[in-house]
Design a protein around this ligand. Structure first.
Ligand SMILES: C[S@@+](CC[C@H](N)C(=O)[O-])C[C@H]1O[C@@H](n2cnc3c(N)ncnc32)[C@H](O)[C@@H]1O
Length: 323
C-alpha cells in the first residue's frame, strides 16, 4: 500500500470503502469535519453501464451513506460533486443521479439530509453527449454539474461570511455614497433605509458557480453576482509540471476553487477533511493550503504519483485566498 504524507495529511492507496469500513473505521469514526469528493461517475456506454450496471451503481452509491455518516462529526458536512448522465444510445437524460440523491437521504440508518444544492456551470465544457449535440444536433450542451451539500443535522458548521464574493462596482459606489433608494420594490421586497450601508467585506455567495473559461480574456457572460473560479489556469504548477514530465493529468479533476469554497465555508483551521475518491488529490492540496488536516484515498497508483506533484509547489505554504 503506497502512502504519501505531507505536513497536514496523507494519501493512501487502496479501496476507500473497504479501508474506511474496516482498518480506518475506529480511528476516524465521528472525527471528519468535511468529506468533499467527486465519486466515479456512471458512464453512459451500453457495455459498461447498461440498465443493470446503473442499478449496480445505485446500490454501490447508496451504501456510501451510512459509511460516510458514521465518519462525520455531528456538525460535519458531506459535499458531493456529480455530473449528469444519459441513457445509453438514447437522447434522453438518465435519472440515476437523482435516484442516488434520494438513496442517500432516504437511507434508513445514515440520517443524512440535503442541506443545499449548488450548480457548477462550466462555459468551456466540450459538447456532450456528442452524438446528440454535435452529430444529430438534437440536444444542447450538458454544461453543469450538481454539488450536493448533505449533513446529519439541520445546522452543520457553516459560515457564509468566510466565502464572500467581491462587491460589484455599483455596490462599492453605494457604500461610498452612503445613500440609495429604500422602500418597496416591484418584487414586493421591502428595502430598509440603512440595510445596505454597512461594508461587510463582500456580498453573500450564491449557490451557483461559474468555472472560469480557458480563455481568460473573454467577455464575462454571466452577471458579477456569480462567483467565478479560476481553476483552469493551464499554467498552474500542477499542470505545468505534469506537462514537463509527460504525465497526463487526471481527466476528471475537481475545480480547486470549488473545493476551496467548501473547505472555507464549512470548516475551521486544523479540522479534518476527507476525500475517499481522491484522483489527483485536489482536496488534499486545497486542505493543505488552507491549513486543514486531510486524508485521501485513491485506488490507482498513477494518480497518487501525480497527486504528489502538487506538494512540490514552491508556494505551497503561502496562504490561499478566495478570489
Ligand atoms: C472522479 S475521480 C476524482 C477526481 C478528483 N476529484 C480530482 O480532483 O482529481 C474518482 C476517482 O476515484 C477513484 N476510485 C474509484 N473507486 C475507488 C475506491 N473504491 N477507493 C478509492 N478510490 C476510488 C478513481 O480511480 C478515480 O481516480
Amino acid at each position: 500500500m503506497q502512502i504519501f504524507k505531507s505536513k497536514k495529511g496523507q494519501i493512501i492507496q487502496g479501496n476507500s470503502i473497504e479501508l474506511l469500513s474496516d482498518r480506518y473505521r475506529n480511528e476516524m469514526k465521528g472525527k471528519v469535519n468535511l468529506i468533499v469528493t467527486s465519486p466515479p461517475f456512471p458512464l453512459n456506454k451500453k457495455k459498461q453501464y447498461g440498465n443493470e450496471k446503473g442499478e449496480d451503481y445505485l446500490k454501490w452509491f447508496v451504501e456510501l451513506a451510512p459509511l460516510f455518516s458514521d465518519l462525520l462529526t455531528d456538525d460535519g458536512s458531506l459535499v458531493i460533486e456529480i455530473g449528469n448522465s444519459w441513457e445509453a444510445e438514447r437522447p434522453v437524460q438518465s435519472l440515476l443521479h437523482l435516484e442516488c440523491l434520494f438513496g442517500l437521504v432516504k437511507h434508513p440508518t445514515a440520517n443524512l439530509r440535503l442541506i443545499q444544492e449548488f450548480i457548477c456551470y462550466n462555459p468551456s465544457k466540450l459538447p456532450s453527449p456528442a452524438q446528440w449535440v454535435t452529430v444529430n444536433r438534437l440536444r444542447t450542451v450538458d454544461s453543469y454539474t450538481h454539488v450536493w451539500w448533505l449533513a446529519k443535522s439541520d445546522f452543520p458548521k457553516a459560515d457564509n461570511g468566510k466565502v464572500l464574493r467581491p462587491y460589484s462596482k455599483s455596490m462599492k459606489a453605494l457604500l461610498k455614497k452612503q445613500s440609495y433608494n429604500s422602500g418597496k420594490r416591484p418584487s414586493e421586497h421591502h428595502i430598509s433605509e440603512k440595510g445596505f450601508l454597512t461594508d461587510h467585506g463582500g456580498s453573500i455567495s450564491h449557490n451557483f458557480f461559474e468555472m472560469e473559461p480557458l480563455d481568460q480574456k473573454r467577455e464575462v457572460r454571466l452577471p458579477h453576482s456569480v462567483l467565478s473560479f479560476s481553476n483552469t489556469n493551464s499554467n498552474d504548477y500542477f499542470l505545468r509540471t505534469c506537462r514537463e514530465n509527460g504525465v497526463t493529468p487526471h481527466p476528471a479533476r475537481m475545480s480547486g476553487g470549488l473545493v476551496n469554497f467548501f473547505i472555507q465555508f464549512l470548516t475551521d483551521e486544523n479540522d479534518l477533511v476527507l476525500d475517499p475518491f481522491a484522483g489527483s488529490n485536489t482536496t488534499g492540496y486545497c486542505a493543505e493550503k488552507l491549513n486543514r488536516r486531510w486524508i485521501s484515498f485513491e485506488l490507482k497508483e498513477e494518480y497518487i504519483k501525480q497527486a504528489e506533484i502538487r506538494f512540490g509547489e514552491p508556494e505551497l505554504d503561502s496562504p490561499l485566498t478566495l478570489d
